[in-house]
Design a protein around this ligand. Structure first.
Ligand code: 1GP
Length: 246
């Protein structure tokens, strides 16, 4: 079974899937080991690995390390083609469809496609929508795109639907790492009412209660990063809150 099929099975069996984001930029070897081993035993369904900006050249070594400790799928969450390496089980093959920067709509994808083929990495076509989470995210700077204001339901829904019609298997609503506020329940509900593909929601999700509320509003996959960097032991609480059918 593919990593994507596995994730979708988790969503239907458990009510939603829980993914922990590990940014290889901000982690030393000990914290990587601790985080990945805790994820293995805390009901986390997969790891996303990636970040918008790497401040050193150790990304590949850290991904290799993450893969060596992980019992769950390690999925590349691409900040750029430079982070591509053969240690991922799959990757979100993403396009920043909320923006109008051709490099992040199709440029990076063209550069990476032959390398992905050569490395034989499973690709999961993903429409990525950057929503304004109030914190001026790194993604905004790095992608050179303007986030969609949180209250522009019409604009968000139209982008998500366009992503579905273009064949995206997932639509990702991203408030940005460290967002002041996560994507709102009402926005998730409105998008979920209009599209049939699973919704991934991340950015600024700080408590299991908020995660549970976003799932009830229509999120199929919840991603947390910062909160787990601060408190690794909370993974189990998040996983219990998100997996409401279990
Ligand atoms: C993944 O950017 C998020 O979509 C992660 O955000 O670090 O705020 O959890 P946090």
């Amino acid at each position: 079974m593919s990593v994507f099929d596995d994730l979708i099975t988790d969503v239907s069996k458990k009510g939603a899937a829980y993914v922990v984001l590990i940014d290889p930029d901000r982690n030393d070897e000990d914290s990587i080991q601790d985080r990945v081993q805790k994820a293995n035993i805390s009901g986390v369904d997969a790891l996303f690995v990636g970040g918008s900006l790497m401040m050193d050249s150790k990304c590949v070594d850290r991904v290799r390390l993450i893969k060596s400790y992980s019992n769950i799928p390690v999925i590349f969450f691409p900040g750029g083609v430079g982070q591509l390496n053969p240690y991922y089980d799959a990757m979100l093959f993403m396009s920043v469809i909320s923006g109008r920067n051709p490099h992040y709509l199709i440029g990076e994808q063209v550069i990476s496609a032959p390398l992905v083929k050569d490395m034989d990495i499973e690709t999961i076509p993903t429409g990525y929508l950057l929503i304004d989470g109030g914190a001026g995210s790194t993604v905004e700077f790095m992608s050179g795109t303007r986030p969609i204001p949180m209250d522009r339901v019409d604009v968000t829904v139209a982008h998500a639907l366009a992503g579905q019609y273009l064949g995206m298997k997932l639509i990702y609503l991203e408030a940005g790492s460290g967002a002041k506020y996560p994507v709102s329940s009402s926005l998730i509900g409105a998008v979920n009412d209009m599209i049939d593909v699973p919704l991934v929601v991340g950015g600024g999700i700080k408590t299991p209660e908020v995660a549970a509320e976003l799932v009830q509003s229509g999120a199929s996959i919840i991603v947390t990063g910062t909160v787990i960097e601060d408190e690794v032991s909370r993974m189990k609480e998040f996983s219990n809150a998100i997996h409401w059918k279990e």
